[in-house]
Design a protein around this ligand. Structure first.
Ligand SMILES: Cc1cc2nc3c(=O)[nH]c(=O)nc-3n(C[C@H](O)[C@H](O)[C@H](O)COP(=O)(O)O)c2cc1C
Length: 208
């Protein structure tokens, strides 16, 4: 499929069939998501692949009846980090120096700049910033899934606090942002036949 074919093919699937998506494809999708860009490259979020049905059944109780949390091939949870500061920058700097054979001295000014930029935000703003970065990964995941021919349903209709508890996120310093059910659309899914609704180009793109 071309890019636009894939984006027209995809829709938010409400009912999946029982097909299991092969692990190799899922791994490609996770890798595509890992490669998402983020502000300064700091990646203040993680992705959880939830496998056991028992855990997915517990998550369903916090999902406002969205059965696809359990009835889909795979469930992915995107979680933002809750504790963001100098250590977030340090983690990146370590990887940066190693990957590009740089010394701390080479990038001292840049490190200070990143730390100051985060320090200038309030705790709530840092949290918001981390969620925004996670949403970039979500967008990338959805587009990549479409290109790979994997059906998906992004969801924010769930109780994040309940998810955080079930996934034991507090000790990991994580907070649930969005979830995605993956699989193959059921022929009975009513959403499959519904026309796409998007703002027309004229009222979407501002051209100067
Ligand atoms: C961040 C986000 C949250 C969403 N939450 C839900 C949800 O909780 N349940 C659901 O069935 N669809 C959810 N959707 C799907 C949207 O309703 C759907 O993407 C939108 O109507 C556009 O339609 P399409 O994706 O089928 O083209 C969500 C989509 C996004 C991007």
């Amino acid at each position: 499929m071309s890019l636009l074919q894939a984006l027209n093919w995809r829709y938010a699937v409400r009912e999946f069939n029982n097909t299991r998506i092969p692990e190799t494809l899922i791994n490609t999708l996770l890798e595509a998501t890992r490669l998402s860009p983020s502000s300064y490259g700091l990646q203040p979020y993680r992705l959880a692949l939830v496998r056991p049905d028992s855990l997915r059944a517990r998550l369903l109780t916090h999902s406002y009846g969205q059965e696809k949390v359990l009835r889909s091939s795979h469930l992915v949870v995107l979680a933002a980090e809750t504790d963001i500061g100098d250590h977030t920058v340090e983690r990146y700097v370590e990887a940066l120096c190693e990957s590009r054979q740089l010394t701390r001295a080479d990038i001292a000014g840049y490190v200070d700049h990143m730390k100051s930029a985060l320090a200038a935000k309030t705790q709530a703003q840092r949290q918001q910033w981390a969620c925004e970065q996670a949403y970039i990964a979500l967008g990338n995941l959805l587009t990549s899934a479409a290109l790979l021919g994997i059906d998906a349903c992004p969801m924010t209709g769930f109780d994040a606090a309940g998810y955080d508890r079930e996934l034991d996120f507090a000790p990991l310093g994580l907070h649930t942002v969005a979830i995605v059910a993956l699989g193959e659309r059921s022929p009975e899914d009513h959403s499959a036949t519904q026309a796409k609704v998007r703002r027309p180009r004229e009222s979407f793109v501002l051209e100067y």
